[in-house]
Design a protein around this ligand. Structure first.
Ligand code: S3P
Length: 447
């Protein structure tokens, strides 16, 4: 079976209701915290994907029993000191920056050194951003080339609380330091640029010793030593980052309508909605509710609106950090020149995404001017593609693959998109859902 996807025609307009898979950030955080709880915790709608199964494999290697089936995941925690630190332990974070970085926070007191490895893409990514603050607690981290995986962490019995200023807007750095703070006597204080706050919300829901003051530009988080985590059940909401592909697909259509059910709309994740609405898209939240501190809603999207260019304010960046590739596609069809700045962090993702974003647009015939931290996109509301486009050698970045599928589905042309397996890291059901949007009267599969 070939691992590339050939798309030769656009997707017709649709009027459908879909449910996307569980949120990846929340799934990984639930596994890590449940593995340190007292007794059995259960999750429904846990994302079943490679990043999540790598997390399960990691806590199993630390001696935690996990029972997983299609519907329910059960984790049998042995308390906050319940990890078993075997000699020469190797944890493979595979493609997951979230796993590789967050778990280090809980390993700062390991009595035996632990090696963390990753796949080709993760091994190119920056781990100094995590080793810097964690070594201030007293742990020692030895990295390849002082920056990359594989790394070895040597824990300390005498952890000291730290003061840490998180300047990148990285939820992974912030969360790793929160977890290390929970292992440390005294008060750790973080001044963090705004980023997704699932860790804080889950810790607060669990009654862990953490307090958060939301200031205008940053959050101040205080953490004290953890005594106990009670086992906890969780119904994981759907992932807005997976929904984003279908939001963009509908916004770019001439008259489709879509309802996406039960999506996590935590305000630290809804940058894409704010950006696309400012560009003229029709997107509304329905049936809003709050679950264990997280906001959830159905999202209704209508296509066919005139799309305007945007000069995107930097304050919207952190809430849209995983969605820029599809936002760029919408800008490609907007009237005028869009400008996105202060987004250098995109080049720190599974692939250098700012580069890939402009590469995809250029292949589509859209002019861009790109620097290390910004992109100008010269939109064309009449864009139609009639040529052959090949997308390959992109470090198997799942979001590059899915963005290319959306572009092919909307703008036409013949697309040969390599490394279909990349979707397994975050959204294995992606192509099935795309197929389900095809109208029932046309029996043949879209792909
Ligand atoms: C994530 C944080 C973000 C995001 C990633 C998931 C998380 O990364 O891009 O997909 O779950 O904490 P950074 O912390 O590097 O911004």
């Amino acid at each position: 079976m070939t691992n590339s996807l050939l798309i030769k025609k656009k997707l017709e307009n649709f009027n459908k209701t879909i449910t996307v898979s569980g949120d990846k950030s929340i799934s990984i955080r639930w596994i890590l915290l449940a593995s340190l709880a007292n007794g059995m915790s259960k999750a429904q709608n846990l994302l079943i994907s490679e990043d999540v199964s790598a997390t399960i494999k990691a806590v199993r290697k630390l001696g935690i029993r996990v029972v997983l089936n299609e519907k329910i995941c059960k984790i049998y925690g042995n308390g906050i000191d319940g990890f078993k630190y075997k000699k020469n332990l190797i944890l493979n974070a595979e493609n997951s920056g979230t796993l590789g970085r967050l778990i280090l926070g809980f390993l700062v007191n390991t009595p035996n050194p632990i090696k963390i490895t990753g796949d080709k893409s993760l091994s190119k990514r920056d781990f100094k951003r995590i080793s810097d603050p964690l070594s201030k607690f007293g742990a020692i981290l030895k990295l390849k080339n002082k920056k990359n995986l594989p790394l070895k962490i040597y824990g300390s019995k005498n952890l000291k609380p730290i003061k840490y200023v998180e300047k990148k807007g990285s939820a992974q750095c912030k969360s790793a330091v929160i977890f290390a703070g929970l292992r440390t006597k005294g008060t750790t204080i973080i001044k963090a640029k705004k980023s997704r706050n699932h860790t804080e919300l889950m810790c607060k829901y669990l009654g862990l010793p953490i307090s958060v003051k939301n200031k205008k530009k940053y959050d101040e988080i205080k953490i004290r030593k953890l005594k106990k985590i009670n086992s906890f059940n969780y119904k994981i909401p759907s992932d807005i980052s997976s929904s984003a592909f279908f939001i963009a697909l509908t916004v770019l259509s001439t008259k489709s309508k879509l309802l996406i059910k039960n999506v996590n709309i935590n305000p630290s994740r809804t940058g894409i909605i704010q950006i696309l609405k400012r560009m003229g898209a029709s997107i509304i939240f329905k049936n809003q509710k709050t679950y264990k501190g997280e906001k959830i809603a159905n999202i209704e999207i209508k296509g066919g609106r005139t799309l305007n260019s945007i000069n995107c304010p930097s304050k919207l960046n952190s809430g849209a950090i995983d969605e820029f590739l599809v936002i760029f596609l919408v800008a490609a069809k907007a009237n005028g020149v869009s400008y996105f700045k202060d987004i250098g962090e995109l080049n720190q993702k599974e692939s250098p995404r700012l580069k890939w974003g402009s590469k995809i647009l250029n292949k589509m015939g859209i002019k861009t001017i790109t620097t290390n931290s910004s992109i100008k996109i010269f939109g064309n509301p009449y864009l139609k593609i009639n040529k052959k486009i090949v997308i390959k050698d992109y470090l198997k970045d799942h979001r590059v693959f899915m963005t290319s599928v959306i572009a092919a589905s909307v703008f036409g042309g013949t697309w040969n998109i390599h490394d279909k397996d990349s979707i397994k890291t975050s959204f294995p059901k992606f192509l099935d859902i795309v197929n389900s949007l095809k109208n029932n009267d046309k029996k043949k599969k879209y792909y």
